[in-house]
Ligand binder design. Structure first.
Ligand code: HPA
Length: 264
């Protein structure tokens, strides 16, 4: 049988991981090849709705990118090395830059659902999960993680968003282990610690990218208020609905980012 990864090897220098509901970005690109994660061990088939689970070689106006449509989360109980397998695969396939996208809940009244956050850093809660993650496989403990988000790629994303007509907010992400949304007290604690939005993804992949020596940055779509900001209930359906709108904007931003890389 032919190698399903053959068409992807060396085909792009930028990879994008699409978070909850954001796979709609694929509609804004021409997809040349696409392979389900189930045919690409060690990638895990995502268990959460809104994460389709395929790898695509996409073309944005003549410029290529690898799209990982859907991800797994540590709360799904899998080996951390497998949860971050897309990062290793992107590096193995020759990508040097990784854009991680995700859904996040606002921790502050100043950042509203529908906004985009361009995080400068991450605070990870709680420590139990971090140590479990850090002790897994190749990800040994004791390494210096800062800067976790690559400043140059982050600035390129800021410029791409501006050119695409999308405002982005600066801020810090709080990584929550999930799978339940945080309590109001946890949300207030995270905000008091300096975070602006909460997510259950991205942090493990950022750590993995750091270990693999590839640049990674994050673009977070604020899909809801956390319980620290509003009393209304949070629902995964709200996250998905915002994600569908966000996917279209994301396609424009990634298109601009790739154009800037082509000129470099
Ligand atoms: N909290 C944590 N993770 C999330 C949220 C949230 O409110 N929304 C989307 N992912």
């Amino acid at each position: 049988m032919s190698d399903p990864l053959g068409p992807f090897a060396g085909a792009a220098s930028v990879a994008v991981v699409l978070g909850s509901g954001l796979a709609g970005l694929c509609d804004g690109a021409r997809i040349a090849y696409r392979v389900p994660y189930r045919d690409l061990p060690p990638l895990l088939e995502p268990a959460v709705e809104g994460h389709p689970g395929f790898l695509a070689l996409a073309d944005f106006g003549g410029r290529p990118a690898l799209l990982f449509a859907g991800r797994s989360h540590l709360y799904e109980g899998q080996d951390p090395a497998r949860v971050t397998a897309a990062v290793s695969l992107a590096a193995d396939l020759g990508c040097t830059e990784l854009v991680l996208t995700n859904a996040a809940g606002s921790l502050t009244a100043g950042i509203r659902p529908g906004a985009w956050l361009l995080p400068e850093d991450v605070i990870a809660f709680p420590a139990r999960r971090i140590s479990r993650f850090a002790s897994a496989g190749r990800l040994s403990g004791g390494a210096r993680l800062s800067p976790l988000i690559a400043p140059r790629l982050r600035e390129s994303l800021r410029r791409a968003a501006r050119e695409a007509g999308t405002a982005v907010e600066d801020g810090v992400l709080a990584w929550m282990s999930g799978p339940c949304f945080e309590t109001a007290a946890e949300a207030r604690a995270a905000a008091a610690a300096g975070a602006h939005a909460a997510t259950m993804s991205v942090y493990p992949e950022l750590v993995a990218a750091r270990f693999r020596g590839i640049d990674a940055a994050v673009l977070s779509l604020i899909t809801n208020d956390t319980a620290g900001v509003s009393r209304g209930s949070i629902d995964h359906a709200d996250v998905m609905k915002r994600g569908a709108e966000g996917g279209r904007r994301l396609a424009a931003i990634i298109g601009r980012l790739l154009a800037s890389r082509g000129d470099a």
